[in-house]
Each structure stands twice: as C-alpha cells, then as structure tokens.
Design a protein around this ligand. Structure first.
Ligand code: FE2
Ligand code: FE2
Length: 267
C-alpha cells in the first residue's frame, strides 16, 4: 500500500485503537520502503476520522478557569483532545503534501507516532481517574487551521507547528505548575514528556518552513507576517517561551518579530 494511502486510512479511521495501530504502521512502512512515488488522490477533508464522542461544540471566548476537581479533570480531557487532533494533523501533513523530500515524511511520521503516545498517556490517566476520552464536550475549532492551510505546505508549516504547537510551548509551564500543586500531580510527568517532544515538533516545522522559504526565495519573516494577517487577523499573543522557542530553532530575529510585529508591518 502507498505511504499516502496508509496515512489517509489512518487519518479517516474513526476507531481510536485502530487509528493508533495504523499510525504506528507508518513507522514500519517507512523502514521497509522508502518509495514515495506511488501517489494517492488528495481530497479536501472537512471532518477527519474521530469517534462519535466527544461531542464537539463551539466554545465562545477564552476557557473558563475552574479550580474544582472536576474542572481539573476537564482540563486533562481538553489536553487529551488536543493530542487526538494532533495525530490527525500530522497524518494530514503526510497524506496531503505528496511532493516533498523523503525526510519530510520521516519527520511527520515521527510527529504522528509521538502524538499517539501523548494521547494514550492522557487517556490512560483519565481512565485511572474513572473517566475516558469522550466524556466531556470538546472544542470544535482545532481542525480548522488544518483545513485553512490545505492549499499549501508552506502555509501549513508556518501556521500549524510554528503557531499552534509553539503556543503549547508557551503555555505548558504554567499549566504544569497548576497540576503540580493539585492531587493530579501525575500530570507533571506526562506534561514533561509532551513538552520535550513538542520542542522537536516545532523544530521540524521550523526546518521545513525555512527550507520552503529559501527554495521559493521569499523572506521568512515577511511571509510569516502576511500569513498571520491572512489566517489569524491579529498579532500572536504572548508571553512567549523564549527559551523553548530558541530550542525549537526559532531565530532571535523571529522572536524579535513576535514581540514587535509592528516593525515588520511598517516595511
Ligand atoms: Fe503532542
Ligand atoms: Fe505535537
């Protein structure tokens, strides 16, 4: 089976354990066969494979802070949902952009399989607490950026790993702190694993973004700025985790841009 067809089947699979199994099969596929010449039809995917539950709803405004026990469990569930979406997101990058060098697929297979680990760690922890993935309403909007950037691999690399996953790096330390001082302190170890791996995911996004910009001979910062304006409409919100972003290969110039986007705006 072609790599792209396998990624598509994993992406569209609604059953959680089967999706994880198919995603991990990509790892074997790649090791045994480096051939990515066998293409597969690319379609727009408005709804990727997911179980019937959780119920998806539009959350208006920023999430409510709920320090109660149930509030903390809902928080764990929300992170679990993000990781579930991250599996689909990595699979879509493999399936959709079929003209990339082999290393691109090696990188995104690594991301997809690590997302299955993140999801499983959180799901297992929810189960030990007497809950499961699907028990609470979840955010409907997480797939949208994937759909919005399905027209170009450069936009996808700019906005999914470098904006959404990088945002995770910014907020994880404070989330971790909140769990540390609660009865759910097992989350600290899980978030450490996620944080470490996510630095790698953002690094992969940065690598391919820079690579595509230099291939097309366009300025990475001005291009990023115009993509942010086009897709998000406002400047990215800090505070930014400078240390983690530098570890994921954001350059100092890019970090300066994030802090002062108006310097690019006036050019
Ligand atoms: Fe993750
Ligand atoms: Fe990730």
């Amino acid at each position: 089976m072609s790599l792209f067809k396998l990624a598509y089947e994993a992406l569209m699979c609604n059953e959680i354990n089967e999706k994880i199994r198919l995603t991990n099969e990509l790892l074997n596929y790649h090791i045994s066969n480096n051939n990515v010449n066998s293409k597969f039809t690319v379609k727009k995917i408005l709804v990727p494979g997911r179980p019937i539950k959780p119920n998806l709803i539009d959350f208006k405004g920023s999430p409510k802070r709920d320090p109660s026990e149930l509030g903390m469990i809902k928080n764990i569930h929300a992170i679990c949902h993000i990781e579930f979406n991250a599996i689909n997101l990595a699979l879509d990058a493999i399936y959709r952009f079929q003209e990339m060098p082999i290393q691109f697929y090696i990188d995104w297979i690594k991301v997809a399989t690590e997302e299955t680990i993140h999801f499983s760690l959180l799901r297992k922890y929810l189960q030990t607490l007497g809950y499961d993935y699907g028990d609470f309403d979840s955010h409907n909007g997480l797939w949208q950026m994937t759909v919005d950037t399905d027209y170009d691999v450069l936009s996808r690399m700019a906005l999914v790993p470098r904006v959404l996953e990088a945002r995770g790096l910014d907020v994880t330390p404070s989330i971790k702190n909140k769990f540390k001082h609660s009865k759910f302190n097992e989350m600290v170890g899980i978030l450490d694993i996620i944080f470490r791996d996510e630095i790698g995911h953002v690094k992969i996004g940065n690598y391919w973004y820079q690579n595509l910009c230099s291939e097309r001979d366009i300025d990475p910062i001005k291009t990023f700025d115009s993509l942010i304006k086009k897709h998000i409409g406002s400047n990215l919100r800090g505070p930014f985790n400078t240390e983690a972003r530098l570890l994921s290969n954001f350059s100092q110039t890019e970090l300066d841009y994030l802090e002062h986007p108006e310097l690019v705006n006036t050019n």
